[in-house]
Design a protein around this ligand. Sequence first.
Ligand code: ADP
Length: 168
Amino acid sequence: MRETSAIYPGSFDPITNGHVDIIERGLKVFDRVVVAVLKNPKKHPLFTTKERVKMIQEIFASRKEVEVLAFDGLLVDFARAQGTTVVIRGLRAISDFEYEFQMALMNRSLAPDIETFFMMPSVHYSFLSSNVVREVAGLGGSVEGLVPGPIARKLRNKIDRSKKVQIP
Ligand code: ADP
């Protein structure tokens, strides 16, 4: 039987439990999920592309059905290059809807053979974003339960180091 696969693109700066939830839900539907980490140096991410890829690989080290790759350029081109015709996106609240609707229809007009597949996370994560996690951690708050344990430690180290750099 043919293997089914889907691509899950995002910044993952850093990966949160909301992302993990969507990847796990994706694995219930597809045989393989390719997590595509966007190279976005212009957005000045907290973690480099390499660090973001490595962190996700570590979290899913025991799941060979999860592949983690970095990408730039058009998502639909990357999806085709990976041999997949499905893009997974997570939908948290109504606020995600407008942007996601626009992106899905734009991708459809660029590549009619590619379908966007929306999944809703557990209600526990429906308020969660990487942005909120970075802000809370940056202000010294606990991110326990919001990101996988190893990510919380890396976040603390990264923020401590960037604070040291800022102090003259
Ligand atoms: P963000 O920086 O907003 O957390 P990303 O660019 O990393 O988001 O998101 C990649 C994809 O994951 C998007 O489809 C986004 O809607 C989805 N996503 C992000 N956080 C969550 C969450 N807590 N629950 C469900 N989906 C999420």
